[in-house]
Write a protein that binds this ligand. Structure first.
Ligand code: SAT
Ligand code: MN
Length: 644
C-alpha cells in the first residue's frame, strides 16, 4: 500500500476482483497501527497492489474462480463434490518444515533445546532482505482473522499479510475472516502481526507457476514471542502458511497463555454423551497425524453413547468463574490428513468433505473426483497423481491394484500428507456449542502417541504432578506430517514438540502451576492412551469407534467409578473393566486370544517400563536444571515402584 491509489485494485489486479472497500477507495479500518504496518510491508515487498479481504462468500467465490483460471485449482465434479477444488503443491513444498521453524527470542535459553533459535535482530535482518521486493508482480492480501468466536474472552485477533490467494481461501475456511474482525479490533485493538510470502516475485511478463515457492534454504517460519509476531517466508503449505494455526494458535499463543495464566494446547475437543444423557467434554493431545480428527468425530461402537465435535486440533483454555477449565476451538475448519480417511476410519470426516472443500495433493479421477490411498474405495483404472502425472494401476503379486512409477517402483497417488480443508460447520456431528464464546468445561485430558510396544491402552494419572509427568513423557512414531524420518519414536511432550513457543521445561512448569490458579479437584482428570500397540498379528486394539470403550472407562473414572488397578505407572483398568460387548477383533483373533491381548494391554511391562523411564530421563537431560524438580522426583518414584 504505497499510496492510496494502489489500495484500489481495480486497475492493476488481474487475478482478483476488488473488494467493496477497495472500490470505494477507502480503507475498511481506522486502526492506525495496522494501516501503517500494511503500508510499510507493501513498500518493502513492492507488492503490485493491496487487497483488504472482507471475508464475504462473494470474495471466496471470486478468489476460487481466479485460482481455477490461473490453473492452481481444478474444480471437482459438481455432482460428486459440489463447491470443491483440488490443488497440487510443488513437490518440494508438501509439509511443515520443522528444521526451518524458529523461536527468535532474545535469550537462547528462553527458547530451550526443543526449539531452533536465532537472535531476533539477526533473523529480522535476514528476513527483511528476503522480503525486500518479494511480492513484485503480486497482490498483497490483508487477512484480518479471529482465532475463536469473534468477541469471545478467550479469542485472539491476528492479521496475515500474504501474496498467496491459496492461503486466503484456506484462511476463509480455517478462521473467521474479514470486516467483522476489523470491527471487533476497533481503532486500537491488539492483534498478532503475521507476515507471509511465498517468496517468489514475478518479473514483468514472466509466466507464473501454479505453486510458486522458495527453495528450502530460503524458507523461514519465524516466531518472535517477545513481540508476538510471525514472519513466514518461502512456503505456501499448511502450517507454514496458514499462520493462524500452528504459528499463532500454538507457538505464539502458548507464550501468551503462560503470561496470562491459561493454556494453548495441541488438543482436540470432543463432547461425549452417555446413555443417561450425562455430558463429558474431553480434550486429547496426540502428535500430528495420530488420529485426532478421527477421535474428535468418532462414531462410538457402543450403543447409547454419542460423540460430537468441538474441535479437532487445538484447544485454548481459561479458568472460569467456577474454577473449572473452559475450552474453545480457536479454528473454524478442519485441515485434515486425507490418506487413510474413509467411511470405515472416519465416516463423519467423509461426510464433512462431501462439498465446499479444498483438497491439496490428492489424486484426481476421470470423473472429476478425488482419490487417495486408504479411502476405502477401489483404486481407479486411471488417475492423475498428486504430481499431475497420469497413472494406470497394475495388479501386484498379492492381487492388489498398485501404481508404479517409470522405474517400476510403487508410488502413492496422493501425497501421504495430502490434506482436506473444510468448514467445521459442515461436520454432521459438530456440537451445538462449538462456537460458544464461553467455551465448554473440560472433564478430562488424554495424552497419547503411536507406540507399538510397552505403553498400555489407557493409564490414569494419580495426581496433577503425575499428569504433567505423563504429558512430558509422551512420545510417538513419526509420520508424514513432518519432514523427519518416518517410523522412529521421538519424544513429543504433550504433543507439542513442533509447536513449543518457549522453553519446554518452562512450559512444564507452567502446567504445574495450574492447581495454584484453581483447586486440583477442579482440573480435568488426566489419562494416557495408546491405540497403536502391536503384536505378531498386527494392531492389538481396533481403535476408531471402539475407542469409545476406553472413553466410557474414562467417564467412569471421572465419576469416581470404574474398575482399576493401582500400579507403579498409574491407575490401569482391570482386564475386565472395559465394556467389550459386541467388540469384534479387527485382526481376527479368537475370544481366547483377545482375552490375552486385553490382559497385556492393561498390565505393566516392567522391563519395558524401566527402559521407557530411562528414555524419559534421557529426554530431560538437555534441559539441565530447568526441568522442574517435582518431575524428576516423579521419575524416581516410578523407578522405585517398578523395582519393588
Ligand atoms: O500443516 S499443519 O501444521 O497445519 C498440520 C499438521 O502438521 O498437523
Ligand atoms: Mn495438529
Amino acid at each position: 500500500m504505497a499510496s492510496k491509489k494502489s489500495t484500489t485494485c481495480a486497475a492493476t489486479c488481474k487475478t482478483v476482483a476488488p473488494t467493496a472497500a477497495a472500490k470505494k477507495n477507502t480503507l475498511p479500518t481506522q486502526h492506525e497501527e495496522l494501516i501503517t504496518w500494511v503500508k510499510d510491508f507493501a513498500k518493502l515487498s513492492q507488492a503490485k497492489n493491496v487487497v483488504w479481504c472482507d471475508g464475504s462468500k462473494k470474495e471466496y467465490k471470486e478468489m476460487c474462480d481466479a485460482l481455477v483460471k490461473a490453473g492452481v485449482f481444478t474444480p471437482l465434479n459438481p455432482k460428486k463434490r459440489p463447491g470443491s477444488f483440488l490443488a497440487r503443491s510443488h513437490w518440494s513444498d508438501v509439509a511443515r518444515v520443522e528444521d526451518r521453524t524458529y523461536i527468535a527470542c532474545k535469550r537462547q535459553e528462553d527458547a530451550g533445546p526443543m526449539c531452533n533459535w536465532i537472535d531476533p535482530a539477526e533473523l529480522k535482518k535476514t528476513m527483511t532482505e528476503l522480503y525486500r521486493g518479494c511480492m513484485k508482480g503480486r497482490t498483497l492480501y490483508v487477512i484480518p482473522f479471529s482465532m475463536g468466536p469473534i468477541g469471545s474472552p478467550i479469542a485472539k485477533i491476528g492479521v496475515e499479510l500474504t501474496d498467496s490467494p491459496y492461503v486466503v481461501v484456506n484462511m476463509h475456511l480455517m478462521t473467521r475472516v474479514g470486516t467483522k474482525v476489523l470491527k471487533e479490533l476497533g481503532k486500537n485493538g491488539e492483534f498478532v502481526k503475521c507476515l507471509h510470502s511465498i517468496g517468489s516475485p514475478l518479473k514483468a511478463g514472466q509466466k507464473d507457476s501454479t505453486w510458486p515457492c522458495a527453495p528450502l534454504e530460503k524458507k523461514y517460519i519465524a516466531h518472535f514471542p517477545e513481540t508476538s509476531e510471525i514472519w513466514s517466508f518461502g512456503s505456501g503449505y499448511g502450517g507454514n502458511a496458514l499462520l493462524g494455526k500452528k504459528c499463532l494458535a500454538l507457538r505464539i499463543a502458548s507464550n501468551l497463555a503462560r503470561q496470562e495464566g491459561w493454556l494453548a494446547e495441541h488438543m482436540l475437543i470432543l463432547k461425549l454423551t452417555s446413555p443417561q444423557k450425562k455430558v463429558y467434554y474431553i480434550c486429547a493431545a496426540f502428535p500430528s497425524a495420530c488420529g485426532k480428527t478421527n477421535l474428535a468425530m468418532m462414531e462410538p461402537r457402543i450403543p447409547g453413547w454419542t460423540v460430537e465435535t468441538v474441535g479437532d486440533d487445538i484447544s485454548w483454555m481459561k479458568i472460569g468463574a467456577d474454577g473449572r477449565l473452559y475450552a474453545i476451538n480457536p479454528e473454524a475448519g478442519f485441515f485434515g490428513v486425507a490418506p487413510g480417511t474413509s467411511m470405515e476410519s472416519n465416516p463423519n470426516a467423509m461426510r464433512t468433505i462431501a462439498k465446499n472443500t479444498i483438497f491439496t495433493n490428492c489424486g484426481l479421477t476421470d470423473d472429476g473426483d478425488i482419490w487417495w490411498e486408504g479411502m476405502g474405495v477401489p483404486a481407479p483404472d486411471h488417475v492423475i497423481d498428486w504430481k499431475g502425472v497420469s497413472r494406470k494401476p497394475t495388479v501386484n503379486a498379492k492381487g492388489k491394484k498398485v501404481f508404479l512409477d517409470e522405474k517400476g517402483e510403487e508410488i502413492k497417488v496422493a501425497h501421504p500428507n495430502a490434506r482436506f480443508t473444510a468448514p467445521a460447520a459442515q461436520c454432521p456431528v459438530i456440537a451445538a456449542e462449538w462456537e460458544d464464546p464461553a467455551g465448554v468445561p473440560i472433564d478430562a485430558f488424554l495424552f497419547g502417541g503411536r507406540r507399538p510396544t510397552v505403553i498400555p491402552l489407557v493409564n490414569q494419572a494419580k495426581d496433577w504432578t503425575h499428569a504433567v509427568f505423563m504429558g512430558s513423557a509422551a512420545g510417538s512414531e513419526t509420520t508424514a506430517a513432518n519432514l523427519s524420518a518416518v517410523g522412529v519414536v521421538r519424544r513429543d511432550p504433550m504433543a507439542m514438540l513442533p509447536f513449543f513457543g518457549y522453553n519446554a521445561a518452562d512450559y512444564l512448569l507452567h502446567w504445574l502451576t495450574m492447581p495454584l490458579r484453581t483447586s486440583e479437584a477442579k482440573l480435568p482428570k488426566v489419562f494416557f492412551t495408546n491405540w497403536f500397540r502391536k503384536d505378531g498379528k498386527g494392531f492389538m486394539w481396533n481403535g476408531f469407534g471402539d475407542n469409545a470403550r476406553v472413553l466410557k472407562w474414562v467417564c467412569e473414572r471421572i465419576d469416581g467409578k470404574g474398575k482399576f488397578q493401582d500400579t507403579a505407572i498409574g491407575y490401569l483398568p482391570t482386564p475386565d473393566a472395559l465394556d467389550m460387548k459386541g467388540y469384534v477383533d479387527g485382526s481376527g483373533r479368537t475370544a481366547g486370544e483377545l482375552k490375552t491381548v486385553m490382559a497385556t494391554l492393561t498390565s505393566v511391562d516392567k522391563e519395558g517400563w524401566k527402559k521407557e523411564i530411562a528414555a524419559v530421563a534421557e529426554s530431560y537431560a538437555p534441559f539441565g536444571n530447568k526441568i522442574p524438580f517435582v518431575l524428576k522426583a516423579k521419575l524416581a518414584e516410578i523407578t522405585a515402584a517398578l523395582n519393588t
